[in-house]
Design a protein around this ligand. Structure first.
Ligand SMILES: *Cc1c(COP(=O)(O)O)cnc(C)c1O
Length: 348
């Protein structure tokens, strides 16, 4: 995170119905649309990503949802649908693998689903699923034109390519604290015409996250309830940073960091947890084949002002560890991290 972006949060408060606030939202909207690669709506709300993942389900699932599960976060989204009383099924592949178009086509052939949920970038396993091909498979299948495609891109958007309009995906959810390199507390989501139309016919969408209510205010550059104004100051500036780098350049930087992380990990005797060909541009999940003490490594790194993430949950802790290469991290940051890990492994 850039220090000037953290500092941007310290601006004096403005009233949420003031002209300045309207101006702020007016400034943010086109930039957010550019990052989301859409000319349609992008809402934001004060919550973590989970808030808008729940909103997607509340607003879009009418008949039945199909959740595609390949890790902890996609599993959790399925549980969110269940917790909201929505009819839903799942297809599941082993953790570490990507969801494939054929599996989805096969499951959708029954014609019973009106909503499909994909996780773009599974943060628990470092796997990116092929959203473009998956969306194509949905559109070509039974009532493909009516299906609302929901995508969790909480750890993908702004780091791993997702062409919202070109790939014809309906709801894309993200959050401030991952690849956007912002403090936690803001969630974003793009919502297509198809999804808005669906929402209009879905009862009990709730209040705080109702897409229709959000839309009624966003068209006036306002929000239904008080926005997280400090975070909006930071968002406004960070979007400038992201767009100044350039979309293609930002994607390329992430891919270069990923490729370097993969080759470094292999050079040190590690293998990758992610299925080959689906390795995430924003984080690499490394299999801990040599059996190093990951918690000890992290303690060591902390003293050097660095960190990595242990494997996700009881299943993957100590068996894997995850190296983030998202946000404003640069190749030099990674090189410093690799040197430190090598130092630790050499017993320094
Ligand atoms: C972090 C993350 C979430 C949860 O987001 P919160 O902002 O913590 O609610 C959901 N899905 C994915 C893929 C994530 O990486």
């Amino acid at each position: 995170m850039l220090p000037e972006i953290l500092d941007a949060q310290a601006g004096w408060m403005i009233g949420h119905r003031s002209a300045e606030c309207k101006r702020l939202v007016w400034d943010i909207m086109p930039k957010l649309r550019q990052v989301f690669r859409t000319e349609g709506r992008v809402f934001f709300q004060a919550s973590s990503g989970t808030g808008l993942l729940e909103a997607a389900v509340r607003n879009c699932v009418d008949k039945k949802a199909l959740h595609c599960i390949n890790g902890a976060f996609s599993q959790r989204w399925y549980e969110i649908s269940q917790a909201n009383g929505k009819a839903c099924d799942s297809i599941e592949v082993p953790w570490g693998e990507a969801i494939k178009p054929e599996m989805v086509s096969e499951k959708l052939a029954s014609g019973e689903y009106d909503t499909v949920a994909f996780t773009h970038n599974e943060t628990s396993t470092g796997v990116t699923s092929p959203i473009k091909a998956l969306a194509e498979a949905v559109r070509q299948g039974a009532n493909g034109d009516e299906i609302v495609i929901m995508v969790d891109s909480v750890s993908g958007m702004a780091g791993a390519r997702l062409e919202t309009d070109d790939w014809d995906v309906d709801v894309v959810v993200s959050a401030s604290q991952k690849a956007f390199a912002l403090p936690a507390g803001l969630a974003f989501c793009s919502v297509s015409e198809r999804a808005m139309k669906r929402a209009a016919g879905v009862p009990n969408r709730g209040y705080y996250f109702d897409f229709l209510e959000l839309d009624r205010y966003f068209v006036k550059y306002q929000t239904p309830s008080t926005p997280a104004i400090s975070l909006l100051f930071a968002l406004d500036q960070q979007l400038d940073v992201i767009l100044a780098e350039g979309y293609d350049q930002r994607m390329a930087r992430h891919l270069a960091m990923r490729d370097r992380t993969i080759s470094w990990a292999k050079s040190q005797g590690f293998s990758l947890f992610a299925e080959a060909g689906y390795e995430s541009p924003t984080l690499t999940c490394v299999s801990n084949d040599p059996g190093i003490d990951v918690a000890g490594l992290n303690q060591y790194l902390k003293e050097l002002g660095m960190t990595l993430s242990n494997g996700y949950g009881s299943q993957l802790k100590e068996k894997t560890f995850r190296i983030a290469h998202m946000g404003q991290l640069q190749m030099a940051d990674l090189e410093a991290l690799f040197a430190a890990i090598e130092g630790y492994m050499a017993g320094a």
